[in-house]
Design a protein around this ligand. Sequence first.
Ligand code: ADP
Ligand code: GLC
Length: 471
Amino acid sequence: MEIIHISAECYPVAKAGGLGDVVGALPKYQCKAGDIAKVIMPMYRTQFLYENDWQVDFKGSANLGNWYFEFTIIKEATNKLGFDLFLVDINGLLDRQKIYGYEDDAERFTAFQIAVVSWISSWEHSPDIVHCHDHHTALIPFMMQHCYAFQHLAAIPTVLTIHNAQYQGWMGWDKSLYIPRWDLWKRGLLDWAGNINPLAAGIKCAGKVTTVSTSYKDELRVKANGLENLFEFEKGKCEGILNGIDTQIWNPATDPYIQFGFTYRSVATGKAKNKKVLCDQFGLDINLPLFVFIGRMVGEKAADLLPDAIKTAIYYGNKNACFLVLGSGELLVEQAFQQMIGDYPGVFNASIGYNEALSHQMYAGADFLLMPSRVEPCGLNQLYAMRYGTIPVVRRTGGLKDTVVDMGDIDGFGIQFNEASISDINYSIGRGISVFQDKVHLAWMRKFMMQIDHSWEQTVDKYKTVYKSLQ
Ligand code: ADP
Ligand code: GLC
């Protein structure tokens, strides 16, 4: 089967979060399983672009409304990632440092999608599946079916994977001209609540919709940032497939980003050495249990609760635990953490920004990973933490609910709580501190969770079944 993944992110080319990890891994494992999976994404100005060899695959031109643009599609020359990787270069629009966050993101990603569909429509054969990821690529099923220039692609099956339904790519109807001449009778497919809603259009037009965990699929019918009724209506075509992790990259025995490699057999000493690296670097007390947070400091992750939750834990616990956070996002949250660095030396520190290497060292050296997420479609952090013997402390939602078993349950190895609230977070930190004293239980939990198999090998078959259902 030939599968074309279309995405805004793909690790290690460009990553802002878990979407990048998934699109960097799923195609690789699909190729290993015998299919031909390819990835096409925007050409940003990232290090990966400059450090690798490229060949021109296609040159074309198109219109975005009244704006005529030319694009070039380049292909990575050596199959370095284990699958064919294509980048779309649109001068002045995509070739920037960051992936998202520009005022003209609607223009950038609409032009990207037009270029991708033009490229596919230039082929002499058809791919077996067009697999779109999130709203940045979700107009593609509509374009393939209802734009006059592309209607010869209408029979190609499409799948939309929803990694995050909070972001939907809304744009005003004044931008409808951007979409290449389309059948105006199909206006209803683009519209949701008076705007063009690319994610909604993708859900309506794709042959199948997958979400990155089963619980998230069910939650979307009651909480989906305005799309609840659509998820209820389209539930028949939705399926939850839990993400895997790339166990080649996320392997504590061989991970080049961590100072001391270890396996489940050597977890106690391996962790102690890696914890020392962190504690030395950030001036933390190595004898205390170390709780870390890694991620985007946004409302979805409930990062706004953490400064007060951590202060409360430090105050009431009389400094019986230490905390380290890594991430960036909302300014107020970043500032609150910056302020705390000076206020709580020895028990708190923070690194504001994106740091791939440090994140690995933190999964390896921490005792606990905090994830109080309000919304978590799958969550990869807890899976990486588990693989590195770090106990996940998570809110019972989405993929966190599906992957973490509370230590009070049979074969439990993590800590779950119900509410994204300071009191629930503190109660859970307290449970963590207690189990940290119980070295036998702690050792068992670490060994047990490190051996849980979340590899992609067992997940690719589930996607294959979805693809086959559309043939
Ligand atoms: P999301 O995609 O919603 O951000 P996930 O849990 O699926 O959440 O994936 C987050 C990914 O991004 C993980 O690989 C995590 O390690 C990484 N990550 C998030 N923030 C940072 C950061 N500041 N520095 C390094 N890696 C980060
Ligand atoms: C999104 C979600 C996250 C998920 C990731 C990869 O960014 O927020 O929960 O793990 O996509 O699917």
